[in-house]
Design a protein around this ligand. Structure first.
Ligand SMILES: [Zn+2]
Length: 67
């Protein structure tokens, strides 16, 4: 019965999700700069980025640990 609200202390799971999101963004931007992305690839990276961000937002809503 542990209380999950930790008063703004960092949450490991949130940290992980945030890292995943940043990683997807960084990698997509890197590839775009390195060799360019065609429309399908750009759409795929956008989709991945949005999916990763959605997970983070969902976590915030469920867990209330953003900040
Ligand atoms: Zn959390």
């Amino acid at each position: 019965m542990s209380e999950l609200r930790s008063g703004g202390l960092c949450c490991k799971e949130r940290e992980r999700l945030e890292f995943e999101w940043l990683e997807v963004r960084t990698r997509g931007q890197y590839l775009a700069r390195l060799r360019g992305l065609d429309r399908a690839e750009q759409a795929e990276w956008d989709r991945r980025e949005q999916a990763a961000q959605a997970k983070l937002v969902d976590h915030d809503l469920e867990h209330g640990c953003s900040g």
